[in-house]
Design a protein around this ligand. Sequence first.
Ligand code: MN
Length: 258
Amino acid sequence: MRILCTNDDGVLSEGLAALERVAARFGEVVTVAPDRERSGVSHAITLHRPLRLRPIEARGEARERFAVDGTPCDCVWMGMNHVRAEAPPAVVLSGINLGANLGHDILYSGTVSGAMEGALKGLPAMAVSVLGGRRYPFGAIEEVLDDLVGRLIASPPPRGTLLNVNFPPAKQAIRGVRVTTPGLRYYSQEVVERSDPRGHNYVWIGGGTVTTEDIPGSDCNAVAEGYVSVTPIRLSLADEAATAAMAPLWNRESEKPR
Ligand code: MN
């Protein structure tokens, strides 16, 4: 079985190497990842310029790696339809992201979108993130991740559903695994304005503090309590309740159809 790995932190990320190590226990790993940091690009796709695909030396390892000067979505597209197109992947894994992808992070995350692109094509797919930055001890979570990837392959979620996995901070002992719903996190809306060395002003967003709502059963609560959070996410954005409620009020027939 062929497993496609990608991420949004870039092909050199240690998190990606950790993901590849786990994936290699289940099948033949092909990695197609952005050639640089592309965190926060969500599901962007590159349509108006060419893409470059560059093989990366794997130093004797039994896996193939490619860097693309595009987004995680571009990478999965390449990985499914171009790289070794004669034997496309059966599973898509994205990560391991250095930093949480909880609650509304899902909407901005390139990591989640990498998995989402796989789910969009009907494959079992999982996005993996850790609450921590560089020097996260990935070795300590490989056993749990191994178990989760095994479950994804053995009993995949329904077609069109992907799994968003978040590991608690490294200093916390893992208490177990919880299946969760996306919680609510709020980033401070602060815009920092500074001056660059040439005297021109620049602004920076997305810094500052993050506050989390206390919602039992949510991904935020699970990781705060020391659990690995596994959140099934559907591709469908339909709001069935609003559709049913609005239809009698909004539906109408044109008097003179044009
Ligand atoms: Mn990232």
